[in-house]
Design a protein around this ligand. Structure first.
Ligand SMILES: [Fe+2]
Length: 282
């Protein structure tokens, strides 16, 4: 097969190269890509410049496509492609994009298994900021001291949209702040996710508000400490976008965030998602 994989860091990240781009659209390629995403968490396809149709073809080859955010993009050609931008003319709800400046997992508060993978194509690369960072919660869990792993067993965290938007609440225009913050999506998840194949990751990030049965300050401190642990350089990767770059990551085993950027950079990403096959389980 004419697709090659080259590791970026020891615990996370693989760069993909190819001889002929048609090689990326075969069933064998889909299988290899899916396995590599699960194994390496983040796959980078440098400057491949996919069309929306090609991105959707890869999305559907990896599983069922899923629409994560209700369609609110004005100029999107396809309902399944979400345009990540701070431009209000295109995205009337930029607060969700501002929320991506903080570590999170996608689709963790909605009533379905968290999406297996998120796929992003860079249409306009910002000159300053706007990199995406990924932190492997598989590698981070694996690296915890044994006694800390045991201390996490059985713990559950409450996740909510409100918690994930709290860092940017002051930036939401007052006239719809209450409405946005009171979107009542709340989900309880085990802190440690034991996947069907037996591997374990952590379900953490800004959606996690507190830990069930713990004093709120102690639980929040634990959640912050775990996120900091996962974000350490050994378990994380920062991708500086070039126009045309395409990245797929395992949303069930990673947090991600964007380095802050300004609307004036024009940063524009096209996002699709692959449905999750399993619910979070202890
Ligand atoms: Fe996200």
């Amino acid at each position: 097969m004419a697709i090659r994989f080259e590791n970026i860091k020891e615990c996370i990240g693989t760069r993909v190269s190819w001889d002929d781009r048609a090689d990326l659209f075969t069933p064998e390629a889909a299988q290899a890509i899916r396995e590599k995403v699960a194994e390496r968490t983040v796959l980078v396809f440098p400057e491949i410049s996919l069309t929306d149709e090609e991105q959707l073809a890869i999305t559907q080859a990896l599983g069922d496509k899923v629409r994560l955010t209700a369609r609110n993009n004005v100029q999107s050609n396809d309902e399944d492609v979400y345009q990540v931008t701070l431009d209000e003319e295109i995205n009337p709800q930029p607060e969700y994009v501002l929320g991506t400046f903080f570590w999170h997992m996608d689709g963790i508060t909605v009533d379905m298994p968290p999406p297996f993978a998120t796929l992003l194509s860079c249409r306009i690369a910002p000159a300053l900021g706007g990199e995406t960072e990924f932190a492997s919660t598989y590698a981070a869990y694996e690296g915890l001291p044994e006694e800390e792993k045991q201390a996490l067993e059985g713990l559950k965290a409450v996740h909510s949209v409100k918690a994930s938007l709290s860092p940017i609440a002051d930036a939401i225009p007052e006239k719809h702040r209450e409405r946005v913050l009171n979107i009542g999506l709340v989900k309880e998840h085990p802190l440690v996710w034991t996947h069907g194949d037996g591997r374990k990751s952590m379900v953490i990030g800004t959606t996690a508000d507190h830990i069930v049965g713990m004093e709120v300050p102690a639980g929040r401190a634990m959640l912050v400490r775990l996120a900091e642990w996962a974000a350490q350089p050994a378990y994380s990767l920062r991708h500086k976008w070039k126009k045309g770059d395409f990245v797929i990551w395992d949303n069930t085993g990673a947090m991600h965030r964007a380095v802050p950027y300004d609307k004036s950079t024009g940063r524009m990403m096209h996002r699709t998602s692959v449905a999750g096959a399993e619910a979070v389980a202890a």
